[in-house]
Structure formats: structure tokens, C-alpha cells
Write a protein of this length. Structure first.
Ligand SMILES: NC(=O)C1=CN([C@@H]2O[C@H](COP(=O)(O)OP(=O)(O)OC[C@H]3O[C@@H](n4cnc5c(N)ncnc54)[C@H](O)[C@@H]3O)[C@@H](O)[C@H]2O)[C@H](O)CC1
Ligand SMILES: [K+]
Length: 521
């Protein structure tokens, strides 16, 4: 599903109104009416007490007036508070305010702390509708708006946010001072980045997208494409598994990983490759680590590589070049260590390797010093899977700077270096070399466990080996990894699940996602 920036939403709105000629009042009516219906579907039992509707001075408040009218039409009691003076309400919102009042609804104006406090003392509600700010929020929330948000959050009542929880920046998910914590968010036309990116995502509760009649053929400008990877989209990415297939059909993945003391990372990446469905897997590692990995994973072929103090040496390159023959993809990095000779090995291998690549962990750290080996313009873009710390090293900034604008950091890097960039986090982002951004819709804190990233690396490698293009493999890999975690969290809770458990859950997650299999997780 496409996700919009606040600017793109404004542009769609503008096109619908100015170019197509749909009056803004019609869009507001559709938004408010459908919101009232959705609210009743979700919270009918809360509506015997009055519904308290808090409205701001913009069109989000206007939606609140329409919601109030439609709830009244169903003979429900509503209380409407407007946090601005009457004369500040203009445009379509003012039209709907006048209609609401002519329907007999009392509307209280509480434009300052004192009047707001007095009104809230009197308020008796079973449910709150937050129509204070929508996509028009442009600066930090202060004064009586901030106090209203604090009151909402402390009320203990269920909260329905209209369009976006007030205080969340629709463009990036930042919280501007304070934000409403909603149980249900009803947004219009499409999800916005602010609904999916943290910390805004955690304020939304359940997110429902409502059709307000913006014609489907309109394309928002700028044309940046953000795609939300949810169940439906991930299912369409699954590689075929023909009944006549054999292990050669499903690709041979080469994993180069591990060093003395870091064999677990190599084992997890390799096991995830096999559980991710590749037909054959070879795990090449430092000679001193090879007996350990061979004993741990009977199903993988293993190869000992020239060893330098427990890590892979640059002298391993000729043997590795032979190993690349006949392989469908190479996953490189987990547990390699960071000795200078391993660094030389990784740089030369990445520079020469014509196979599809998945680069993670130590491979990222070793490449950070000289990204020129990525050589933009490769026929098949490498996939890189940094967590925010590794991303910060790759771009030479702080983790806080990465977190400040994760979408821009991921997109800029992917475009500049011609790679598919998987920026891990909540949510994980997948940036393509052409600037598209996938926003992963599965997973949670259950995935924050040692070795979880190694599993993701092996899984993405396996999906490429099965024939997926790197951007699709990365999007599906992130979704399946998160889905495996979600399924485990449902059974065991979000803490204490091991990376090996995530790995073992991958086949069941994939089976659940298969449109031909019926089980939902
Ligand atoms: N197609 C649609 O999605 C439709 C959306 N609708 C709703 O309209 C809002 C956007 O309306 P807009 O008037 O542009 O902005 P807001 O209502 O979000 O309010 C902004 C309002 O508040 C002022 N303001 C901004 N920041 C602050 C601040 N920190 N403190 C105080 N005041 C602030 C600003 O100057 C404005 O006056 C969208 O979200 C939908 O809910 C339409 O109903 C129909 C179509
Ligand atoms: K709102």
C-alpha cells in the first residue's frame, strides 16, 4: 500500500479540489461521516455516555464538527469543545461549525487555559475524539493545546484520533512537544509516514484508512514512492515453489561468515538461509572455526578458508573465487571479525564479486572506511543491512542523526551508492537505488535479540537465491523475519525469544503467508 508524506496528501487534496472540482466540503463530509461510522463500529458500547469531541481551528477540527453532527443524527450525546476563539474558525470548518450549531448542538469555545480547565472539569464522557491537529500541525504544541493533550492521555478513556493523533508530525512521525495516545486512528485516503515511523507510530493504536472519494487515478507530487509492506503485499512477493522443483531449482547460497569465537553468527545466517528455502547452502569460514560450524549444521556444506589469527585472511581469495562458481548469491559478514587481513579480504571480494550480494555486520564495518568498492551501477545492486549504529559508521554521522530522519538517510545512501539499503529498526526501512522506500509492517521488540540480524542476512540471501530481485527479497525477508517474531511473541511474549527460535519459525511464517495456504498467524 502506498504511504504519503504530508506534502503529498496536501497535493492530492489540492488536485481533487482544484483540478477535478470536488468541493473541499464534500471531502470533509466524507471524512467526518465515515469517521463517525468507524468510531461507532469500534466503540458502540462507549457511546451511551457523551462523546467528547475536542476540535482545533483548522480542517481537522472541521472533521470533528462533521463527526459530531453524524453522531447526533444517531441520537448520541456529544460535547464539543473548540480550543480557539470562534473568529479563528474559517473556511470549510466554519461552514460545518455553523451547520452543527443550527442542528441545535452547543459548542463551547475554550481558547485559553482557564476556560479549557473549567470545561474539562465539567466534561462527562465515555469516549474522546481528538480533532485538534491533523496534517497542518507545523510547530511544537504549547499552552492550552498541550494541556488538553495531557488531559486526554490521563483521562483513561478510549481515544479516537481523526487523521493523526494530535502532536504527531504527519511527515516523519516526530512528536512535536506532546502527542495524543490514541486507541484508534482514522486517516483519510492513505496512511501517512507519521503513522508508520516511530515514535508517532506508537501513538496511533489501530490504524484504519478511510476512502473519502479522492479519485484513484490522481498521483501525488512529489512522486517519491513509499510502500508499506503488509501481509497482502508480502504475500505477492513470495517466490514460486514449483511442485517439480528440486534442490538445484531453489538456488545455492554461499555464506561467508564467522571467525574464532564468533561461530554462532555464521551458524545462524546459514541456518536461516536453509530455512528461508534455498536449495543448497555452503558456509565458508576461517579454518579454525570450520569444525565448529560443520558440527552445528549438518545440512550445510562447509569450507575452511585461509585463517589469520582466527579470522579469514586475504589469502583465502583464490579459493573463494572458485567457491563463487555455480552459486546464486553470496551473504557476507556475520561474525567475520575486523582484523586488517579480513578487511583486505572483504574489500577485494566485494570489489570483484559479480554475484548478488548481501552485506551485513562486520562486512559493513570493514567497508565503511572505503565505500568506493561498492561501485555504483552494478547490474545487481548489493543489499546492505545495517542497524542504526552501523548506518552511522557508513555515513560518518551519529546514531542520533540517523534516527532524526531515517527515511532520508536510507534513501540518500541507497541512491548514492546504488544499493538496496535495509535500515533496521522500528520500523525497518528498505531503500532502493531508485529512491523507493519500503516500510516494513511486521515485527516488534521480540526481534531485538542477539543474532537476529544474522538470521535476516541469511534469509534475504536465500530469497535472492530463489530468484527474487534484491529490493523484493529485502522487503519480503524483513516481513517474514518480523512475522516469525510476531508469531513467537504471541506464543511466548516479547522477551526471551532467541534468534534460533526466529530462524526455526521461518518456514511456518512463510507457509502462513502463502496465499494458497489458509492459516493466518
Ligand atoms: N484529503 C484530506 O485528507 C482531507 C483532510 N481534511 C482534514 O484537514 C486536516 C488538515 O487541515 P489543516 O487546516 O491544513 O490543518 P489542521 O487542522 O491540522 O490544523 C492546523 C491549524 O492549526 C494551526 N497550527 C499549526 N501548528 C500549531 C501549533 N503547534 N499550535 C497551535 N496551532 C497550530 C495552523 O495554523 C492551522 O490553523 C487533515 O488532517 C484532515 O483532518 C479535510 O477535512 C478533508 C480532506
Ligand atoms: K487529530
Amino acid at each position: 500500500m502506498r504511504v504519503l508524506t504530508a506534502e503529498q496528501m496536501r497535493d492530492l487534496d489540492r488536485q481533487a479540489i482544484e483540478e477535478i472540482g470536488i468541493p473541499g466540503l464534500v471531502l470533509m463530509e466524507n471524512a467526518g461521516r465515515a469517521s463517525a461510522e468507524a468510531l461507532l463500529r469500534a466503540f458502540a458500547d462507549r457511546c451511551c455516555a457523551p462523546v467528547l469531541i475536542l476540535c482545533g481551528k483548522g480542517n481537522n477540527g472541521g472533521d470533528g464538527f462533521v463527526v459530531a453532527r453524524h453522531l447526533r443524527n444517531r441520537e448520541l450525546k456529544v460535547e464539543v469543545l473548540v480550543l480557539a476563539p470562534r473568529e479563528k474558525i474559517g473556511g470549510d470548518a466554519a461552514v460545518n461549525l455553523a451547520i452543527l450549531e443550527r442542528c441545535g448542538q452547543t459548542v463551547r469555545f475554550v481558547p485559553d487555559d482557564e476556560s479549557l480547565a473549567a470545561a474539562l472539569v465539567d466534561a462527562r464522557a465515555g469516549l474522546i475524539v481528538d480533532a485538534l491537529f491533523g496534517t497542518g500541525l507545523s510547530s511544537e504544541v504549547r499552552g492550552h493545546y498541550r494541556r488538553a493533550i495531557d488531559w486526554i492521555n490521563a483521562s483513561g478513556l478510549p481515544v479516537v484520533a481523526i487523521d493523526i493523533p494530535s502532536g504527531v508530525d504527519a511527515g516523519n512521525g516526530h512528536i512535536l512537544g506532546r502527542a495524543v495516545q490514541a486507541d484508534l486512528t482514522l486517516t483519510f485516503a492513505a496512511a501517512k509516514l507519521g503513522h508508520l515511523l516511530s515514535p508517532g507510530a506508537q501513538c496511533c493504536g489501530r490504524l484504519e484508512v478511510i476512502d473519502i472519494g479522492i479519485p484513484k487515478h490522481l498521483r501525488p507530487r512529489p512522486d517519491d514512492l513509499h510502500l508499506w509492506t503488509r501481509w497482502e503485499e508480502a504475500a505477492t512477493l513470495l517466490p514460486e515453489r514449483p511442485a517439480t522443483g528440486h534442490k538445484g531449482t531453489f538456488g545455492h547460497l554461499l555464506v561467508i561468515a564467522g571467525s574464532r569465537g564468533k561461530t554462532g553468527a555464521a551458524i545462524l545466517a546459514a541456518e536461516a538461509g536453509l530455512r528461508g528455502g534455498c536449495g543448497l547452502l555452503t558456509l565458508a569460514t576461517a579454518a579454525s572455526a570450520q569444525p565448529v560450524v560443520a558440527a552445528a549444521l549438518a545440512e550445510a556444506m562447509t569450507e575452511p578458508l585461509a585463517d589469520d589469527d582466527g579470522g579469514i585472511s586475504v589469502d583465502a581469495l583464490p579459493a573463494v573465487r572458485r567457491l563463487l562458481e555455480g552459486k546464486a548469491a553470496l551473504a557476507l559478514g556475520p561474525g567475520l571479525g575486523q582484523t586488517p587481513r579480513t578487511a583486505a579480504f572483504v574489500r577485494q571480494l566485494v570489489a570483484d564479486c559479480g554475484l548478488p550480494l548481501v552485506l551485513d555486520a562486520d562486512a559493513l564495518n570493514l567497508l565503511a572506511a572505503d565505500l568506493s568498492v561498492l561501485a555504483p551501477g552494478r547490474r545487481i545492486p548489493p543489499v546492505m543491512t545495517p542497524h542504526p549504529g552501523e548506518m552511522a559508521r557508513l555515513v560518518g554521522c551519529s546514531v542520533a542523526e540517523v534516527e532524526q530522519d531515517r527515511v532520508a538517510v536510507a534513501r540518500t545512501f541507497a541512491v548514492r551508492h546504488g544499493v538496496v539499503l535495509v535500515l533496521k529498526g522500528a520500523p525497518t526501512l528498505v531503500a532502493a537505488p531508485d529512491g523507493r522506500i519500503g516500510i516494513n509492517g511486521s515485527g516488534g521488540p521480540v526481534l531485538a535479540t542477539a543474532g537476529s540480524g544474522d538470521v535476516l542476512t541469511g534469509l534475504i540471501g536465500a530469497l535472492i537465491a530463489q530468484g527474487l530481485a534484491p529490493f523484493e527479497a529485502a522487503r519480503l525477508g524483513c516481513y517474514l523475519h518480523g512475522l516469525a517474531g510476531d508469531r513467537l511473541a504471541r506464543r511466548h511474549g516479547a522477551a526471551g525469544v532467541l534468534a534460533g527460535d526466529i530462524c526455526r519459525e521461518l518456514p511456518a511464517a512463510r507457509a502462513a503467508l502463502n496465499p494458497k495456504g489458509e492459516t493466518a498467524c
